[in-house]
Ligand binder design. Structure first.
Ligand SMILES: NC(=O)c1ccc[n+]([C@@H]2O[C@H](COP(=O)([O-])OP(=O)(O)OC[C@H]3O[C@@H](n4cnc5c(N)ncnc54)[C@H](OP(=O)(O)O)[C@@H]3O)[C@@H](O)[C@H]2O)c1
Length: 297
């Protein structure tokens, strides 16, 4: 069993940590807001005051935090995990959705400290994480990915190896841009039905049953039709914008285009403009209603 230092006990980190504990691993948790880490003590976690203390002696150091700045803080900040007295050959895993540039920089920092680095971003919301059913998009050497599979199995039933370090986050960002485009299309389609006088519960049924019914559309059309959204928020409008920004930048950096990505980002940007950035992404339809009213329709 591994001795895991887990950095970040947010919406994703909490269920991932619970599942790692259930799988029999030792987990020491660091979270910037310590109360969230303390909630995990009753499941058997220990709490550390800094990432450095959490990582000391760990065989796996694993992070799930908001963005590049948060990842930099927990790994490379004052009292960051990379400052710890590290176990030789320990694994460093970054599961946050961050930029590929940061992942490659972090790999260099981790390797310089003798760690085996993998990017392992995950797909699936907190409820999927709770069920231990996340998809993991792994980037790293085949040897390292195979060595870490038994531990990833604690949070995932599907580990895909995409290639060298950086490939996992590259795929994840493109995957998230595609997914968010579907959510934006769902909100626009549902609201267009409402504006045209169609009952949106019937519209949700139609979109879900037809060729339009991707898992994203099925899930979000139901929330939009019922007017009942995930509480607590599982994925906010602001998180969508963060992923679009990293994702579109990546897509364009390899000379590909993201015309629809830019358009869908501008739809989500309206959530922030309407002070709804911290609301669940399915509440995008309410932003469209507000914009419609503002336009005097
Ligand atoms: N939610 C989803 O459905 C989902 C699905 C797949 C992937 N993801 C990705 O998984 C990662 C975590 O998401 P989440 O939903 O768990 O987010 P969350 O609930 O908002 O948690 C964010 C975590 O990052 C920490 N953090 C933020 N800024 C920090 C800083 N400057 N220094 C140190 N810690 C900082 C937070 O600490 P505090 O508690 O102190 O704020 C918290 O532990 C993100 O990269 C997200 O894109 C999310």
């Amino acid at each position: 069993m591994a001795k895991i230092a887990f950095l970040g006990a947010g919406m994703m980190g909490q269920p991932m940590i619970r599942n790692l504990l259930r799988a029999g691993h030792t987990v020491v948790v660091y979270n910037r807001t310590v109360d969230k880490a303390r909630e995990l003590e009753k499941f058997g976690a220990r709490v550390a005051a800094t990432p450095k203390l959490a990582a000391t002696g760990a065989t796996v150091i694993w992070s799930s935090v908001t963005n590049d700045a948060a990842s930099a803080a927990v790994w490379a900040g004052d009292d960051g995990a990379l400052e710890a007295d590290l176990a030789p050959g320990a694994f460093a895993i970054e599961s946050s959705t961050v930029s590929p540039d940061w992942v490659l920089h972090l790999r260099d920092l981790a390797v310089a400290r003798g760690l085996r680095f993998l990017d392992c971003p995950v797909a699936g919301r907190p409820d999927v994480a709770e069920a231990g059913q996340l998809k993991v998009f792994a980037g790293g050497s085949a040897v390292d990915v195979d060595a870490i599979r038994p531990i990833l199995a604690g949070v995932s039933k599907g580990v895909m190896h995409l290639g060298v370090v950086g490939s996992g986050i590259t795929f994840k960002l493109i995957y998230n841009v595609m997914g968010a485009i579907q959510v934006a299309a769902c909100a626009e389609g549902m609201f267009a039905c409402e504006a045209a006088g169609i009952d949106i519960s019937v519209a949700a049924e139609g979109f879900s049953a037809g060729a339009t019914g991707s898992p994203h559309v099925v899930r979000h059309a139901r929330y939009m039709a019922e007017g009942v959204h995930e509480d607590p928020v599982q994925f906010s409008g602001r998180m969508r914008i963060k992923d679009f920004d990293y994702g579109i930048q990546l897509i364009e950096s390899v000379g590909a285009q993201s015309v629809i990505g830019h358009a869908a980002r501008s739809v989500f940007a309206q959530m922030v403009e309407h002070d709804m950035g911290d609301h669940n992404d399915s509440e995008l339809i309410d932003t469209l209603r507000r914009a419609h009213r503002r336009n005097g329709k």
